[in-house]
Design a protein around this ligand. Sequence first.
Ligand SMILES: [Zn+2]
Length: 475
Amino acid sequence: LCSSKSYYRSLSLFLFLRSVVFSRFCSPCDIKELFCTATGLSRNTTISLLDSTGELFQNVLTQVAEQFSRAFKINELKTEVTNRLAMLEKRVELEGMKVVEIEKCRSDIKKLREEMASRNNSFLDDNKKLTPRRDVPSYPKYMLSQQTIDALRKPTFDVWLWESNEMLSCLEHMYHDLGLVKDFNINPITLKRWLLCIHDNYRNNPFHNFRHCFCVTQMMYSMICLCNLQEKFTQVDILILMTAAVCHDLDHPGYNNTYQINARTELAVRYNDISPLENHHCAVAFQIFSQSDCNIFANFDPEAFKQIRQGTITLILATDMARHGEILDSFKQKVDNFDFTNEEHVTCLKMVLIKCCDISNEVRPMEVAEPWVDCLLEEYFMQSDREKVEGLPVAPFMDREKVTKPTAQIGFIKFVLIPMFETVMKLFPQIEEVMVQPLRESRDRYEELKQIDDAMNEVSTGLRHPSVPESTTKS
Ligand SMILES: [Zn+2]
């Protein structure tokens, strides 16, 4: 059982193995050592292991050991992969939590928005909406086409084609085009911010909204162009006319003065039932000017500001239709001997001009004008429905049971619009073709529509109450 350097002897050893357990780190050398120890041979003995069939066992053992090692490595890999999978699963779970959190945030934001919107509807919250939403106005700089610029000067301009941003750009253009920005050294960025703030302070009423503000101002611009008012008026007057038009319905709540007074709203109480809405529009306008970043009059000296303020207040207060007769009568007394150097005359004309623009929808082409009637009736019906619920008096012209589009328009065009525009026509004959003629056509069209309505009513009434005696039909 020994080997020596001098002579070689081959030794056969028979091992009967029941089971061998190798550790995962077991290498062929370890196995050899194990044999050497078990058999008492020295460690440097060359050992050839043969199995019972005489095949070399060594390689098999090596392979077994390697496979074991590989198997362990695979297990290790498996463990690692399992761990990583678990980690990923955990992360997915966490991301899932984030999704839930985002959803929660979204619903919170929505709730806040709704709350803010409902608060915006409440009256006389002095701090509301006066600050522009954005610091630097971010509405895109629209390059108005020459076609748009030309169309903007006419009462035929289609006011329904434009988004708010575009209307803002058009208003901005008017201030530049009339030379107001240059002549009064208005900061062009302040002009943008002011207009944006104006936009934000109109409510989304069916009728008294920012588009109505745009219409009135665009009609004023058209009249300034058509009647060459820049030749007759000072630039201060032009600035007052335009600014009063822009501001004239600010923060209109969608319910008229009659409602305010009958419902004894905060506005009616604040202004003692005297033109509550118009006083409010005006007050909001000057609250906006009191913010330096929206004050287009910042460069004016105090005297000039006083004049602009007084002029603007007078014009906005003149838009109360309760004062229609009084103002038109005063103008009629002056118009035959009108004197453009007389301040009282000029003020009265400016009041009539803003009144004309405020109710000028029917001057526009039929396709542009007609949707406004639907908007106005929607706002009227909203009011009369509320008045019925609150037990307040309901005006027949607002009652959905009594009014139709033709009946709403005919009287207004015949007895309010045409007489007023015909009076202005005495001073500016050029408005007859462009403004008065469309009013006459609109009146005729609505009279025709009314005849059709009446005929239809007769037919349906006839059907409900047949003239043939009942006894005859029954037999
Ligand atoms: Zn208005």
